[in-house]
Design a protein around this ligand. Sequence first.
Ligand SMILES: Cc1ncc(COP(=O)(O)O)c(C=O)c1O
Length: 344
Amino acid sequence: MRALRGLHLLRSGGGVPELRGAARRGMAQVPDFARGWPHPSLLGGQLPKMLAESFQQGLPYAEETLNYGSPYGHPKFLESLAGFLSQQYGAPVAPETLLATSGASMGADLCIRAHAKAGDICVFEEPTYYHAHSFARDQGMELKGVLMQEDGLDLKELEELCVSTGRVRVVYTIPIHQNPTGVTTSEAKRQGLVALARRHGFLVVADEAYQMLNFEPSQVKPLFYHDDPAEPRVLSIGTFSKLIGPGLKVGWVQAHRQLLQPLTKVGYFASGGNTVTFSSMALKHFMDSGQLSQHLAFLCSELGARCRLLCTRLRELRVEVQEPKGGYFVWVKGDGTRIGRGPL
Ligand SMILES: Cc1ncc(COP(=O)(O)O)c(C=O)c1O
């Protein structure tokens, strides 16, 4: 299987210094690929109006949501989230397998904070989301990279690392529309990864920030559904950042209760309850009414059209493109200079 080493990245964000240089020199037609942020046009339109309505609908719960509460999140929010997710995933979601977070970054940080200690090893896909290393580094963990292939992590390399060190505690993976390669981990590798986790005693922190951003119907379920409730190893992380907007900072972790419960003992949850009790309830009506599902369908179609256009233009420049089936990232092979000069 070909490794994805040595390729260049073109995201709706960056990694192409030549582009930033061109932008600095005032070449206004050059888009800013430095950040994986949603385009402002996807945050306007009817969206703020729908959110305002949903916020209003959440206010009658204020006597509960403005108070301290369950570290897992407000039960009514978790119930609505479970309904929305089960519809999107085409699979059952039990509210007691969910814990609300302030987005995917906090979810990953929380899982690693609760389940690992200094000196343990955290394995990352190579390459991975450029901010992800800090989740493990902040805990004093040792960081190791395992190569990303066209169908996901190199599991042979991972197993060798487990055997040779005996200290792999966490594998952080982005199993769908990966940032930055766009790769979706195959079914075989999903099963293989969870089997390895059981064999070598590590946990899988699956950052599924792009799970629902599909440009075509997808059968791929979160990694949680590959887990064994009797011996759980997987924490699946979701976020509304890419579905609604990152300023919202509401997300969730889906895991079996044995793995979820230690998260509630982390200081800032144990002391203050869940961090998004109030803000998450502003989304309840948005989910219950079906408006979020409609918005998501619009978003997927819009992002898919933009992605196809980007890939077409890149191919016209004779750049080798690995066209993703969802998410934010397009992985290309070529030299950044030539891409930077293209009439995108
Ligand atoms: C893989 C991945 N995880 C997490 C995040 C950040 O998510 P959040 O805003 O929910 O913290 C990003 C943003 O680009 C991402 O690509």
